[in-house]
Design a protein around this ligand. Structure first.
Ligand code: GDP
Length: 301
């Protein structure tokens, strides 16, 4: 928990720190104060829709005389944020739901996709599961290199093709290998080019078709990796990707380096997508299953 609190310290300052400064010693709550709160929520990257939702709730409570002082506003905020996060919460992946459990990972370059895959592979391995990695991002030699290094370090087999190869062919070989080795989990990387949505959609659809043909029901999870430091841009990427492919969960990286952690709430509340994992550092254990109550507590308590 301390590590989490530390990782979220910048977000804590930009969101709760500023709220506390605004509310300190307030004996009376009025519309002006709610307006100031609104500005804080927007600058902390909660997004327009979520901010308006929260403001409406606060105004409503104010009308009903439920917000006597600053302390009451603070608890109302914590309560409302936690509730919105919990609505979309889905807990950790149930890897026992299928064998092999197929996890397809999507996202643009630079968001921390390779690192996230490496960390997940290591964690699953540490839990005693056998893992196969598929290096489906064939457009970047570096991505496949990085995965190979993670694989070597963790004792996980990595299925690779040469640069520029068809990602669906990697998916095919990786699925075959996972079945042949009786692996518990297959994690498949994909290319993160977003230059045209139609292109991306076609490519991801083709990969899904191949996976499903080799392992009926696969992929069991389509995890979108987003970089929290990009704030509203991450929200836009999430919109684009979920139009292209059925995203079932989000991994939000680099929360430790940013004051824009409010984006977690925007993703849950605005896009109705569950945040599965958050990244709060470079270490393997710093990629964690997202726990809404703990997240809120790290910010507010
Ligand atoms: P990719 O291009 O999406 O595959 O990105 P990489 O996986 O290569 O990651 C880009 C950089 O982000 C690397 O230096 C990672 O160590 C770093 N990174 C990834 N996740 C986190 C995180 O949660 N916190 C921090 N501080 N850095 C991260």
């Amino acid at each position: 928990f301390e590590r989490m609190r530390q990782g979220l310290s910048k977000t804590q300052a930009s969101l709760v720190g500023r709220i506390d400064t605004l509310l300190r010693g307030r004996k009376e709550i009025d519309a002006d104060l709610i307006e100031d709160l609104e500005e804080i929520l927007i600058t902390a990257d909660l997004g327009m829709k979520t901010t308006q939702d929260l403001v409406a709730v606060l105004e409503d409570r104010l009308d009903r005389n439920e917000l006597a002082d600053g302390e009451a506003v603070r608890s109302a905020m914590q309560e409302e944020l936690t509730r919105r996060l919990e609505e979309q919460a889905c807990g950790p992946l149930d890897l026992d739901a299928a064998k092999p459990f197929v996890l397809m990972v999507v996202g643009v370059n630079g968001v921390g996709k390779t690192t996230t895959i490496g960390k997940l592979a290591r964690q699953f391995k540490n839990e005693g599961r056998s893992v196969v990695l598929g290096a489906g991002d064939t457009f970047r030699a570096a991505a496949s290199e990085q995965l190979a290094i993670w694989g070597e370090r963790s004792g996980v087999e990595v299925i690779r093709h040469s640069e520029g190869a068809d990602p669906a062919a990697v998916a095919f070989d990786a699925a075959k290998a996972a079945v042949a080795r009786k692996a518990d989990v297959l994690i498949l990387d994909t290319a993160g080019r977003l230059h045209t949505k139609a292109n991306l959609m076609e490519e991801l659809k083709k990969i899904r078709r191949v996976l499903d043909r080799e392992i009926p029901g696969a992929p069991h999870e389509t995890l979108l990796v987003l970089d929290a430091t990009t704030g509203q841009n991450a929200l836009n990427q999430a919109k684009l990707f979920s139009e292209a492919v059925a995203v079932s969960g989000i991994a939000l990286t680099k929360l430790d380096g940013t004051a824009k952690g409010g984006i977690v709430v925007a993703i849950s509340n605005e896009l109705k997508l569950p945040v599965r994992y958050i990244g709060i550092g470079e270490g393997v254990e710093d990629l964690r299953p997202f726990d809404p109550a703990m997240f809120a507590a790290a910010l507010f308590d």
